[in-house]
Design a protein around this ligand. Structure first.
Ligand code: FAD
Length: 452
């Protein structure tokens, strides 16, 4: 990427390639970089952190040396754009198999039930698993199914999930063992706040969509291993990934050349710019260039993940829902130093986020031991608390009209990120989709007009 303001970078003996700068190497930025490159652009991908992935990153645990994801990530079989991206990077095979949804519902004292849609094919299986939810009478089971049917039909859906559940007179055990865990896991927002239309999207496109789309992928490899091949991928195609490179301000010219000033003062110029950064960072950078895009004041929702290393692997499934506790899910991972490592996840973790890490870890240990009485305190060898305060937007109903499209008054600058209007909750798939869309906009808008 040139540092002067002359024309396009010229490859010897080849037509010049249009150049793009992508700021932010989270999934949205990686997706934008890939799609621009595939359309013939030369891309420089800039990331402020010294690691790839943004909120979907991994960091080493100093005690065990194991790579821990910044939070447990689960993919659905319907993550078509993300899966295509990983295939292109050659890392999709590290994900492991997409398995039919199956998990244990675990209460304190060791009480267990299974949610096992795979016993019957497709949608029928999911409905069957719902029918078999514990502690429900027949009439209540019918009410659960009719609420699901209403979500699928999408007719007159409005308000929060809680309002919807009240309207459909959902029994408390169904709220506890199905609606709440589902809403928290997929929207990172409580039922009291979450937009019911987003939950409908999750069910319609995911769990009650095609059989393949409803499958679950719990990555077998750290997220870093999935995403880091992008550096080499770009390099092989004339681009570059620069980690530890924070953009301080944007530079826009009348001639439509766009650039960035890095923290160390260096300038980079290109034909187009994708800002694949979170809203607060996008706002600052846009203001630095006098672009008058007023982004709304978003509300965010935290996620807390506590990793516990166990001496004994006794959990009944790779994925267990915890009922009646602050932590909602436990995932089991292999460990090089213990029988297994479990990740306890608390979404919409406002209560926990106020506590010191020691208190959070203590709570996680208590809740794990209470749900799995076969474990004792001595079985917990090591612990690590990770908290992402601004993990995702709070998906309240009013957010639907606040999420911007990502297009800006300047034709050569666009936004990408899971927080934009993607039609999806704030997910890896939403991020991948927004990156692809940003690349398409720029290419359509600019490629024809650039000097060749
Ligand atoms: C704990 C947790 C669990 C999650 N679980 C799931 C899950 O199970 N399934 C799922 O689908 N999604 C999940 N998500 C959501 C998913 O991680 C996000 O939707 C996705 O990673 C967002 O990607 P992004 O590229 O839009 O943003 P980000 O990942 O935030 O990327 C933005 C990047 O921009 C960089 N940046 C910012 N400012 C600058 C600057 N000035 N210069 C250079 N770089 C800059 C940042 O460092 C960052 O790397 C989870 C998120 C969290 C936090």
């Amino acid at each position: 990427m040139e540092t002067a303001r002359s024309g396009n970078f010229v490859h010897a003996g080849r037509a010049p390639m249009p150049e793009a700068i992508v700021v932010g190497a989270g999934v949205a930025g990686i997706s934008a970089a890939l799609h621009l490159t595939q359309r013939g652009w030369r891309v420089v991908l800039l990331e402020a952190q010294h690691r790839i992935g943004g909120r979907a990153a991994s960091l080493p645990d100093p005690h065990t040396g194991e790579l821990l994801d910044t939070g447990q990530h689960v993919l659905l079989g319907n993550y078509r754009e993300l899966l295509a991206l990983l295939c292109e990077l050659g890392s999709a095979e590290l994900l492991g198999p997409a398995a039919p949804l199956r998990f244990a519902l675990c209460r304190s004292g060791g009480e267990r039930h299974w949610f096992e849609p795979a016993r019957l094919p497709g949608r029928l299986g999911f409905l069957y698993a719902l029918w078999r939810l514990p502690r429900l009478r027949w009439s209540e089971r019918l009410r659960v199914l009719s609420a699901v049917a209403a979500l699928l039909s999408g007719a007159a859906l409005r308000g929060t999930v809680e309002q919807f559940l009240r309207r459909f007179r959902q029994p408390i055990p169904a709220v506890e063992s199905f609606w709440e865990p589902l809403t928290l896991a997929t929207l990172n927002t409580t039922c009291a706040e979450a937009d019911v239309r987003m939950l409908a999207v999750v069910l319609r496109r995911g769990f009650l969509g095609s059989a393949a789309g409803a499958r679950l992928i719990i990555p077998n490899a750290p997220l870093q291993a999935l995403l880091e091949p992008v550096g080499q991928w770009l390099q092989q195609r004339g681009g570059i990934l620069l980690l530890g490179t924070r953009v301080k301000r944007l530079l826009l010219e009348q001639s439509r050349r766009v650039g960035v000033e890095l923290e160390e003062g260096k300038q980079l110029w290109a034909n187009a710019l994708v800002l694949a950064v979170p809203p607060w960072s996008a706002q600052r950078l846009l203001q630095s260039a006098g672009l008058s895009a007023e982004l709304p004041e978003f509300a965010y929702s935290p996620i807390v993940t506590v990793y516990l290393w166990l001496r004994r692997a006794v959990l009944p499934a790779r994925m267990c829902a915890l009922l009646g506790t602050l932590f909602q899910w436990v995932f089991v991972h292999p460990s090089t130093v213990a029988a297994c490592r479990v990740a306890l996840v608390c979404s919409a973790a406002d209560t926990l986020a106020e506590l010191p890490h020691t208190a959070i870890a203590e709570r996680a240990r208590e809740e794990l031991l209470s749900a799995f009485p076969e474990l004792s305190a001595a079985d917990i060898l090591h612990q690590r608390v990770l908290m992402e305060r601004r993990a995702t937007l709070r998906l309240r109903p009013e957010l639907a009209r606040l999420r911007p499209s990502g297009r800006l008054p300047h034709p050569a600058v666009v936004l990408a990120g899971d927080w934009l209007q993607t039609g999806l909750p704030c997910t890896l798939e939403g991020a991948a989709r927004s990156g692809r869309r940003a690349a398409e906009w720029l290419h359509r808008e600019l490629a024809e007009r650039l000097p060749r």
